[in-house]
Design a protein. Sequence first.
Length: 424
Amino acid sequence: MHRLTCILLLLGFLTPAAAAVDSPAAVLTEIETRNPRLKAQRAQVRALGHAQGPAGALPDPEFMVGLSNLPLSKDSTPLTGLQFELRQRFPWFGTLGARERLAGAEQEIQRAELRRLRQALITKAQVLLWRMTGLAQQAGLERERLALLEQLAHAVEAVYINGQGRGADLLRPQIESHRSRERLLGLAEQEASLRARLNALRDRPSHHPFDLPRLPKAPEQDIVLGPKDTALLQARAQAANPGLQKADENLQSRRQALLLVRKQKYPNFSLGLQYRLRWVETMDAVAGADFVGLNLGVSLPLWSGRKQQESEHMAAARIEASRHGREGVRLELDQAVARSLLKIKRHRDQTRLLTEHTLPDAHRAFDAALSDYQAGLSDLPAVLEQLKLTIQIKTDVLNQRIALLQEKSILEGLVGLSDKERSS
C-alpha cells in the first residue's frame, strides 16, 4: 500500500496534504514557548529558586572525637577517657532570613529579566511581521504597475498602428516591465530573509510557513491623540514596563545585600555538647563514672571590623548606583514613549496628507497624461513618468502605514501592554 501511494504521488493522481500554516498569533505564541533565549532565562529563574533554601539553612554541625587527660607518665588519672563533642554554629539573629531574602531578590531580578526579554522578542517579532506585510503589499503594487504597463503597451501599439507613434516607444513599456520584475525578485529576497529571522526566533526552519497580519484599510484613522496622552502613557510605562521593573528589583536586591552585611558584623554563636567516656580501670567510687559537658561560644570580631566596614560602604555605594541607574532607565523610558508618540503622530499626519490630497491628484494626473498621449498631445515618457510617480506615492502611503503600525507595536511594548490588551 505504501509503494502504491508513492507511485500515485509520482504520477500526479494524488497530492500530498498541504502543510499547516501558522497564524501570526501562533507565531508569537511559539516564540514564547520555543525561543532558546527565553528557555535559558526560565532555567535561570528556576535555578535561583533552588538557592533560597540553602541560603537560609544553618551550617552543618561538627562532631569531634578526642582523648582527654591522657597522662605522659606511667601513672594514670581517673579523668582519662574518650571525649565526644557535637557543636553547632548559629549566625546572628536574622542573618539566615536576610540571606534567604537576598537569594529571593536575585531570583526576582531574573524573573523581571525574563519579562523584559519576552516583551522585547514579541515586539521585535511584531515589527518584523508588519515589515513582511509591507513587502507583500509592495509586491502587489509592483504587480499593479505590471498590469498598467501591459495596458499601456496595448495603447502604444494602437497609436503606432495609426501612424502617430514612434517605434522606440514600443520598447519602453517592456523595459519598465523588466525593471518591475527585478524589483519583485528583490522583494522576494527581502521577504525570505525576514521569514528566516522570524523562524529563528521561534526555533523553526528558515522556510517554515506562516501567515502575515492583515493590513488595516486605514489605520491612521484609528489614531486619536490628546494633549494628556503622553503623560498618561509615561505613567503607564513606569508602572508596567519590564525593564523598569527589573531596575526596581535590582535596587531591592542591593538593599537586601546591605541588610545582610550589617547582620554579618555581629558575632556568631556556637553551642557544644560534650560527653566523656572514662576508662573502666580508672573508675572508682570517688571519681564517679562518665562526664557530660555543655559550652557556649561567641566569635570575637576583632580582625574583621575593617573588612565589615568596607563591605558596608560598598553595599551602600551599590544602592546609590542602582538608584541612579533606575532613574536613568525611567528617564530613557519617558523619552522613548514621547518619541514613539511623535513618530506615530507624524506617520498618521503624513498618511492622511498623501491619501486625501497627493494620491488623488496623482491618479488624475496619470489619467490625463494617458488621455493626452492617446490623443497625440503628449509623448510616452511623460506617461511613464506619471505612472512611476503614482506608484511611488502609493508606496509612500504603504510605507507610512507600515511604519505607523510598527511604531505602535514598539509603543505597546514600552508601556507593557499584555497580550489581551494588544489584541484589543
